[in-house]
Design a protein around this ligand. Structure first.
Ligand code: ADP
Length: 438
């Protein structure tokens, strides 16, 4: 027997005993009046508490327990305990739900959930960007009404989701490439995952271009070489012709050697992840001496070459790499400046930066070509570069070396008037050597 029964029976018995006592002591009438009064009070109290309970159930208050004597106090207390437990459970589920949403929002991929009619139930911020959606506005909209690309509509309706779909983005991401895959779950619901693979596609295209370019660059001298070999095997050649052919074959072999060696330099630079030391000062005097000697021997007095250098000024980094980058700029100036032209090398502080410039009075470069100069195998004029034995990789190497040294390449040029290639080192890499003791 529970507490309610016990209390009810006790109160009925008490009331009966009291009425009987009154009946015996006074009269039956008095006993009846008491019984009616007690029942009336009890009914009023019970109505009051029912009303209160009703309000409480409508809008539960978790913090405080309404006070009441007797059984009503017990009911309120138990109800309060129940409401508190239920409230804690709801809060826990809400927290889990919000953590789950935060995790999906943090994902670098787009996530959209579709109901059994392919209507959007929810999508994260990345998915909004990928498909040009608005999570609030487009809720319950059929996804194909918003993402109307025929490829996507066909893919969604095909119900064959083993493969992913490659498609263009929507909205502001029209130029981007997306990989999209649908994963069915639950009762006919779908999860649409999307990933922006623009960068991946770009590097893939660059890799394909690079392989095609290398093959093309090596194929040309190889074809020439095999042509000469065939001629030499099939035709009886005189001594002079034979010597001439061998010379030409040697030229082609050396061209291939240059390409391969430049490619190896590039691969080494790219493969070396760690930046050059920022505490090792290079010996700029030695670098300038090498540059002077090499340029004079390459030009063979066909150009007027001058140097204006602050020899105490130096930078930190890898000397061999910087010598090769500066040498490349100077070699280009000599190659692309007709005989009799001038080439001037400048090494000075400008503002807070150390700047190395090569200024030539050569052929110059059309403005449209300047931004592309550092691309691998890019040449302004193929035949001109071939004449000089250029590989089209020199400035790509320069760019890599400079990137590793936090330096920037600036090119100014005017067709027919000459070019200026400047390398600007940041203040953090610039240093000054103490003059040697007398
Ligand atoms: P290359 O080995 O062909 O010289 P680079 O990468 O060093 O290759 O240079 C790319 C192209 O930039 C060259 O083919 C040439 O057309 C152009 N170029 C570079 N330096 C100069 C310069 N000083 N004057 C004119 N054109 C230049």
């Amino acid at each position: 027997m529970n507490v309610i029964w016990t209390r009810s029976i006790v109160s009925v018995v008490l009331l009966a005993v009291l009425c009987a006592a009154l009946g015996v002591l006074f009269s039956v009438k008095a006993a009846l009046i008491l019984a009616i009064l007690v029942l009336l009070v009890q009914s009023i109290v019970s109505t009051f508490h029912k009303q209160r309970l009703w309000r409480l159930l409508d809008a539960p208050v978790y913090g405080e327990v309404p006070s009441a004597p007797g059984i009503w106090g017990e009911i309120y207390y138990r109800l309060h305990k129940l409401a508190k437990r239920w409230h804690a459970q709801v809060r826990q589920v809400e927290q889990q739900h919000s953590r789950f949403i935060q995790a999906i929002q943090a994902s670098p991929n787009g996530v959209a959930m579709l109901d059994d009619h392919d209507q959007i139930e929810w999508c994260n911020a990345i998915s909004e960007v990928h498909f040009g959606l608005d999570a609030k506005r487009d809720l319950r909209q059929h996804i194909t009404h918003l993402v109307r690309q025929p490829d996507f509509v066909r893919y969604l309706n095909s119900h064959l989701y083993d493969e992913m779909l490659i498609m263009r983005g929507m909205g502001d991401k029209r130029q981007n490439v997306l990989s999209v895959q649908v994963f069915p779950y639950g009762e006919n619901r779908k999860l649409v995952l999307s990933q922006d693979i623009t960068e991946l596609e770009r590097t893939d295209a660059m890799r394909r271009d690079f392989v095609a370019n290398v093959s093309h660059e090596l194929k040309t001298p190889l074809t020439v070489l095999s042509g000469f070999l065939e001629t030499m095997r099939e035709l009886p050649l005189g001594e002079t012709e034979r010597t001439r052919y061998l010379e030409l074959m040697e030229q082609q072999a050396s061209r291939m050697r240059h390409i391969v060696s430049d490619l190896l330099v590039l691969a080494t630079l790219e493969g070396d992840g760690k930046p050059p030391s920022s505490s090792q000062m290079i010996d700029m005097r030695a670098v300038l001496r090498h540059l002077k000697e090499d340029s004079q021997s390459l030009s063979g007095e066909r150009h007027r070459i001058s140097f204006d250098a602050d020899e105490a000024l130096t930078v930190t980094g890898v000397e061999t790499e910087l010598l090769s980058a500066f040498g490349n700029l100077l070699t280009n100036a000599i190659h692309y400046t007709p005989d009799g032209g001038t080439i001037h090398v400048n090494w000075q502080v400008q503002g807070e930066c150390a700047v190395f410039s090569v200024i030539d009075s050569g052929l110059g470069i059309p403005a449209a070509d300047i931004p592309r100069l550092t691309e691998r195998f890019y040449r302004v004029d193929r035949s001109r570069s071939r004449d000089t034995g250029g590989t089209g990789l020199g400035l790509a190497i320069v760019k890599h070396v400079l990137q590793r040294h936090d330096a920037q390449l600036e090119v100014k040029s005017e067709e027919g008037r000459g070019s200026t290639f400047s390398v600007r080192f940041p203040a953090a890499r610039t240093a000054r050597r103490q003059p040697a003791p007398v």
